[in-house]
Design a protein around this ligand. Sequence first.
Ligand SMILES: C[S@@+](CC[C@H](N)C(=O)[O-])C[C@H]1O[C@@H](n2cnc3c(N)ncnc32)[C@H](O)[C@@H]1O
Length: 235
Amino acid sequence: MAHHPAPAGPLGHIRTFHPRRGRMGPAQHAVLDRLAGELVHTIPDGPGPLLDTDALFGRRAPVVLEIGSGLGEATVAQAAADPERDYLAVEVHTPGIANLLNLVEEAGLSNVRAARADALELLRHRVTEEALAAIHAYFPDPWPKSRHHKRRLIQPAHTHLLASRIQPGGLLHAATDWPEYAAVMLDALNAEPLLVNTADGYAPRPAWRPQTRFERRGIAAGRPIADLIFQRRTP
Ligand SMILES: C[S@@+](CC[C@H](N)C(=O)[O-])C[C@H]1O[C@@H](n2cnc3c(N)ncnc32)[C@H](O)[C@@H]1O
């Protein structure tokens, strides 16, 4: 993975992702050709029409949004175990989206869609307040260098935006293998008035959170895993 950040977005918005070139094999191209038209929505930065999740999923059901779904393992396993809710995986990395589509096809799921978008831009401009049942952010890029901390997804500048899009009672669930980032997340989420911690500090790992590629990497490197599960307050 490249360790330099992506260029700023419109209005100088700082990017939370690395610019990774998509090297894809024929199988990935094939699955994109087969399914992207139906299942993947590319959503540009900036203002635009609201995301119509009823039209996207072809039904009205609670929507769980996952930021940075990577290869899609968590999205697909959770969607398979939770057919009453719809899962929107937001990712900028096309090979990851191709992998997700393969998994969706294998599992025969109808409650998963992908958005190729900067999730922060999507939440800012295309999703109304209290629209989502939950937001998941598993192993977001830790941006370990101090000069890159401003690129972190979970940080004081973003917690209000994230929390405001969740329905009262809905969860904001994050996980990381980077202890210093975990502590920063905990402080930032604790400081957000719209959120209340469901645990005393870090949450026990819930059985329903599947292991992902980046989690396996962290474990292989001997790093501890922290879950953070906050609930949107009911007014
Ligand atoms: C470290 S990886 C973790 C992937 C996966 N969740 C896992 O646990 O294996 C972080 C992912 O988040 C994506 N990402 C980071 N910021 C994003 C944003 N603002 N919008 C959409 N995707 C983003 C990156 O492209 C990358 O694939």
